[in-house]
Design a binder for this molecule. Structure first.
Ligand SMILES: Nc1nc2c(ncn2[C@@H]2O[C@H](COP(=O)(O)OP(=O)(O)OP(=O)(O)O)[C@@H](O)[C@H]2O)c(=O)[nH]1
Ligand SMILES: [Mg+2]
Length: 656
């Protein structure tokens, strides 16, 4: 779909990424098949594998475009991705254009391309955006005609539509209405967006490869819909923040950068890219090229300084000229627009980054499972080999030696059974500990905290009361989480001690119990707290009516905090359920081994043929274990295969 001029590197890179994902999925399916006959009893492992497969299948590369209005976000999207349509696909105009956040992607499950629009009135709905996504009846569905770019662009104009509503209605929907808004001939009405969110699905090659673009409106919509920052921006792999050369860095640019982009959750993974757009306004024909270049460098330097990043982190571009250049096939103009450098950064850094993250996720999820299986197989192989050696040594021995051996095995077995009894006692202790860990993460207690805070905040009609309410809530949530962390640590030590004991006393393989930590949840809670502060300090919050503030705060932040607790509780439960499995398994296997060895010795003393039979069984067992081990190791190598080099871009990310 691109013009035939410069190679579409971003497209190539995304194609390669999609191909790599297919290979990864094949490897995961192969692992699943391998596992099938192996551990039919372990539902937990199946679930883990299923979840990992789903994570790879559902993986998307999300790019969000964020800036004040009219900085050229939509134009830049058109230029980077949709120039192949030979026209401006998404509406971009002077002044405020995009009225609601737009997600562009390809929905594989849908039969045909579409635009789905969520009416603005749903802001009065207590459901979160995430919940509304699951409620198709709340959205207006328009088909999208991709055969005809003109008509397609026409349909996409929906996202700029507005409505006039009475001031009271705007307020009720949570729009900050300042006294001047209602002035003029239509004093009692104000203009608000028609839609709250747009989902746009069509089979563009890049979107088909899992790219998701998020275009946001600039009119402070970020501030008035905290869900956008809380849920959409953090899930973005990269956030492109735009400045414009004709305005420089304004106060509201800074505000947006500091409150929503720079520190947004997910910053740890995702990167922040800054583009200084509209550099063509500096292309003064009466000036020399060097002079223009110097002015541009100075602008980038000043912008970087204002944002607190290094100057190499600012990409100077002209989205508009780039679009024109691509549509007309003007290579020189495209180069001058600066867009190729920004695109290079996207395919050399952002895409490979995502790939590394996904691989790390897969290995993180399945690594412990594979290691456990390998240990188990190695253990089995080792035991079979030992017994083989043992029995071979018995070939040709007399009855007296056999009798002595029988006696020694009986003593060993008795000692072992005593350890198993003490193991049951440790398990009782562990159950006690588990109850305390789960109590710290109890959701009912958390719901009590929510009720208390809600009441306190509704009664406190001052900004101070509001702040105290939020602080009280987060302090309570943090305390509970810290306590859970303590309990988890104690539990872990107890488990570890039990594992060690069996290893030291009876020579069972040195297993590492699966780790568990609430640390990631604690960190997520902390990030929510930072978001809450930003929300509270936002100038928009001060202009909203009290009940709107309270409700928003609850439906978004509190819902997320609660989800964190819920998840932590579930993880703790699953961990407690599983953590002893490997040891229990070993204990059982060891015991069966001992029983079998005794039995074999008894049989051998009665008949010499039994010895030959047993030798044969053991040789087969050794062979099977070796083959399985090899297959498992090959699978692990496939999952951890080194990634193709993305090539290091010469520029560094803004705040990567
Ligand atoms: N001269 C010049 N104008 C540009 C450039 N990029 C965008 N514009 C113009 O700036 C205006 C705003 O561009 P948009 O893409 O609509 O800006 P936006 O950031 O999406 O704005 P909102 O949707 O309102 O948040 C439009 O008239 C564009 O044509 C550029 O590189 N150079
Ligand atoms: Mg726009």
């Amino acid at each position: 779909m691109r013009t035939g001029m410069s190679r579409d590197h971003l497209g190539d890179r995304l194609t390669a990424y999609a191909a790599w994902k297919r290979q990864l999925l094949d490897a995961l399916e192969a692992f699943r098949a391998w596992l099938e006959p192996y551990r039919p009893e372990s539902g937990e492992d199946d679930l883990r594998l299923y979840e990992t497969l789903e994570a790879v299948r559902r993986d998307r590369l999300r790019l969000a475009f964020v800036a004040e209005f009219s900085r050229g976000k939509t134009e830049l999207i058109n230029a980077i991705f949709f120039a192949g349509y030979g026209r401006r696909l998404l509406p971009s105009e002077a002044g405020r254009t995009t009225m609601c956040p737009c997600e562009l992607f390809h929905d594989r499950e849908a039969d045909a391309p579409y635009v789905r629009l969520l009416p603005i009135e749903t802001r009065a709905d207590a459901r979160t955006l995430a919940e509304l996504r699951e409620a198709p009846e709340c959205w207006v569905h328009l088909p999208l005609d991709v055969q005809d770019p003109e008509r397609m662009a026409e349909t996409l104009r929906e996202v700029v539509r507005t409505r006039r509503v009475p001031v009271a209605e705007a307020r009720a929907l949570g729009f900050p209405v300042s006294p001047t808004d209602g002035a003029g001939p239509e004093a009692d009405t104000v203009e608000i967006p028609r839609w709250r969110h747009a989902l746009i699905s069509f089979p563009h090659p890049l979107l088909e490869h899992g790219l998701v673009l998020l275009d946001t409106p600039g009119l402070n919509a970020l501030g008035s819909e905290p869900e956008l920052t809380l849920q959409l921006l953090p899930s973005a792999q990269a956030v492109l923040f735009l400045l414009a050369a004709d305005t420089g860095v304004t106060q509201s640019d800074l505000e947006m950068w500091n409150h929503h982009v720079r520190g947004a959750e997910g910053a740890a993974h995702g990167c922040r890219i800054v583009a200084l757009n509209k550099i063509d306004v500096l292309w003064d024909e009466l000036k020399e090229a060097d002079e223009i270049a110097a002015i541009l460098r100075e602008q980038c330097r000043r912008a970087a300084e204002a944002l607190g990043i290094s100057p190499e982190g600012v990409f100077p571009v002209s989205a508009q000229k780039a679009l024109v250049a691509k549509v007309r096939g003007d290579e020189a103009l495209l180069e001058r627009s600066g867009l190729p450098a920004l695109e290079r950064y996207l395919y050399q850094e952002v895409v490979p980054n995502r790939q590394r993250m996904l691989q790390a996720h897969v290995l993180g999820r399945l690594g412990p499972l594979i290691d456990g299986l390998r240990l188990e197989l190695t253990g089995r192989l080792q035991r079979a080999r030992q017994e083989l050696e043992h029995l071979r040594a018995l070939q040709g021995r007399n009855a007296e030696v056999l009798e002595q051996l029988l006696e020694r095995s009986r003593t060993e077995q008795a000692a072992y059974l005593r350890s198993v009894e003490s193991f049951q006692a440790s398990r009782r202790l562990l159950r006690q500990q588990a109850r305390e860990l789960l109590a710290a993460l109890d959701l009912q207690a958390f719901d009590r905290l929510i009720r208390q805070t809600r009441q306190a905040m509704q009664e406190a009609w001052t900004t101070r009361g509001l702040r105290q309410g939020m602080q009280h809530f987060f302090a309570g949530a943090r305390d509970a989480m810290v306590q859970a962390a303590d309990q988890a640590e104690q539990t872990r030590r107890l488990v570890l001690a039990t594992y060690r004991k069996f290893h030291e006393a009876h020579g069972l393989p040195a297993l590492e119990p699966r780790a568990f930590s609430v640390e990631p949840h604690l960190q997520a809670l902390h990030r929510l707290m930072v978001e809450a502060e930003a929300f509270r300090n936002s100038p928009i919050t001060a202009m909203l009516e009290q009940h709107v503030v309270v409700r928003r705060f609850f439906v978004t932040l509190v819902a997320q905090a609660r989800a964190l607790f819920f998840q932590a509780h579930q993880e703790a439960e699953a961990w407690l359920r599983d953590v002893m499995h490997p040891l229990v398994h070993q204990i059982k296997a060891h015991r069966q081994d001992m029983d079998r060895r005794l039995e074999t010795l008894r049989r051998i003393s009665a008949s010499r043929e039994a010895l030959e039979e047993r030798l044969q069984v053991l040789t087969q067992e050794c062979r099977r274990c070796s083959t399985d081990l090899e297959a498992l190791e090959a699978l692990q190598a496939r999952l951890a295969a080194p990634l193709p080099e993305g090539g290091a871009a010469s520029t560094e990310a803004a705040t990567a």
